[in-house]
Write a protein that binds this ligand. Structure first.
Ligand code: NAD
Length: 487
């Protein structure tokens, strides 16, 4: 791999005029309260924190910080709504509300996309074309199940669990909310959801949408805050089910907190997915898949293809084309519709990406990034590829959660499978080959919850998603996603 041919710098790169999305569609308030029992309320102790735009470091709003007393109010409201209205309502009626929410998400999609991009730093193209449409699709999909739960589990009498306490991360704020709330509500549960501290705004707009949909008060409650707020949600004695998406470390803490209680638990945790390219793969298509696998959403993706395993005989060619493609990625203003790679979500996450990348170099791997001008304000990291990586390197083992790809090579399919499975995680994987038989042989042996063939990062509400090993347990999406919310 050391012999990668020099890049062809003469290949034309088109210049685009800036195409910024207008933020006027968003009505940002200077401060936001907690959403409890259908109302926006001040927190009991009056605490708050700021949420900023990671692209500019501009303060977007002051957001209420919920403590144990607020979480208690939210859980009580959820319990009341559960016993008095939501669990008594027919599935058909519940479905109507979910359909209504789905339609409002579509109607307000531009507003949601702009807000998500401002608060998270992801390119507007992605929030507009991926996050928001998929969030609406999840509500449509689970709305359809609400009156058909008996058909989902024939011969059983599916019943809701009660109050679900849900904690989500910052990488897909609205989409992760949809993954949590849509199946919970479809099954007849009520929820208390805590969004991540760096991206609370789309969840608060969603609260407004619940009001617009006339959802009965208390069915959805949104409590904002950081780890302590999440801890209070998980620990509340009247929560029947805990659903968590986030890091493996916090997942472990939550599993410990819930152990010995009656609470049901699902955990969607980290990943270190292998993206395997065989020598017969269509190279250009594979390169697009590699780029999408690791640079989509700045690599802040639990199922990101962060380990490229490429067959030795085609490694030089794949890497050369990959680097050429990386040179065309546009990094910068997430509000510009031409931007491919936006801002890193927080200073803290940027520090973590820098630290692990520096360690990669110190451990002897070769680091490469295309030349790109990064804005002076905000949090940025260039698309980066490491070659000469060995399995023992930390960049091959640990989740970096940024736009950083580690490349390893293999000679035989068996070696590819062995290397791919050599990780404590097991969330996703990709296989690129012209041969169906080879794809099936490989997929059969990969220990990953999702295996994509000749594509990557394709998410669909009808398809279950979840991990093995340290990537967690339980499935979200599809009929399987209902199970975590039913008795
Ligand atoms: P994180 O674990 O630090 O935080 C996730 C959420 O948990 C946040 O809302 C946070 O405030 C809260 N939290 C923190 N400490 C807590 C505690 N002790 N008790 C309860 N809640 C607590 O993770 P992050 O940095 O926000 O997100 C990145 C991680 O999420 C990555 O590891 C990524 O792989 C994972 N992720 C997984 C999936 C999946 O479906 N498997 C999807 C997206 C992200």
């Amino acid at each position: 791999m050391g012999g990668t041919a020099p890049l062809d710098r003469t290949s034309p790169v088109f210049d685009y005029a800036p195409a910024p999305e207008s933020r006027s569609v968003v009505d940002l308030r200077s401060s936001y309260g907690l959403f409890i029992d259908g109302q926006f309320v001040e927190p009991v102790a009056g605490g708050s924190f700021k949420t900023i735009s990671p692209a500019t470091e501009e303060v977007l709003a002051e957001v209420a910080e919920a403590d144990e007393a607020d979480v208690d109010l939210a859980v009580r409201a959820a319990r009341r709504a559960y016993t008095r209205t939501w669990s008594r309502m027919s599935g058909r009626e519940r479905g109507k509300y979910l359909f209504r929410i789905a339609r409002i998400l579509q109607e307000r999609s531009r507003e949601l996309a702009v807000l998500e991009t401002l608060d998270n730093g992801k390119p507007i193209r992605e929030s507009r074309d991926v996050d928001v449409p998929l969030a609406a699709a999840h509500f449509f999909y689970y709305a359809g199940w609400a009156d058909k739960l008996r058909y989902a589990f024939p011969g059983r009498d599916p019943r809701p669990l009660g109050v679900a306490g849900q904690v989500i991360p910052w990488n897909f704020p609205l989409l992760m909310l949809a993954w949590k709330i849509a199946p919970a509500l479809a099954c007849g549960n009520t929820v208390v959801l805590k969004p991540a501290e760096t991206t609370p705004l789309s969840a608060l707009l969603f609260a407004e949408i619940c009001r617009q949909a006339d959802l009965p008060p208390g069915v959805v409650n949104i409590v904002t805050g950081a780890g302590d707020t999440g801890r209070a949600v998980v620990a509340h004695p009247d929560v029947d089910k805990v659903a968590f998406t986030g890091s493996t470390d916090v997942g472990r803490q939550i599993a410990r907190a819930v152990a010995g209680t009656e609470k049901r638990l699902t955990l969607e945790l980290g990943g270190k997915a292998a993206n395997i390219v065989f020598d017969d793969a269509p190279v250009d298509q594979a390169v697009e898949g590699i780029v999408d696998g690791i640079f989509f959403n700045q690599g802040h993706v639990c199922c990101a293809g962060s380990r490229l395993l490429v067959q030795e005989s085609v490694a030089d060619e794949v890497l050369e084309r990959l680097k050429r493609r990386m040179s065309t990625l546009r990094v910068g203003d997430p509000m510009d519709k031409n931007t491919d790679v936006g801002a890193i979500n927080s200073a803290e996450q940027l520090a973590k990406i820098r630290e692990l990348s520096d360690i990669g170099e110190q451990e002897g791997a070769d680091r490469w990034s295309p030349p790109c001008d990064l804005p002076s304000q905000g949090f940025w990291f260039p698309p980066t590829v490491f070659t000469g990586v060995s399995q023992a390197h930390r960049i091959a083992r640990e989740e970096i959660f940024g736009p950083v790809l580690s490349v390893l090579t293999f000679r035989t399919p068996a070696e590819a499978v062995e290397k791919a499975n050599n990780t404590p995680y097991g969330l996703s994987a990709g296989v690129w080959s012209d041969k169906g038989s080879r794809i099936l042989w490989t997929a059969d042996r990969l220990r990953a919850g999702v295996v994509w063939a000749n594509t990557f990062n394709k998410l669909d509400p009808t398809s279950p998603f979840g991990g093995y090993k340290e990537s967690g347990y339980g499935r979200e999406g599809g009929r399987h996603g209902l199970e975590g919310y039913l008795r």
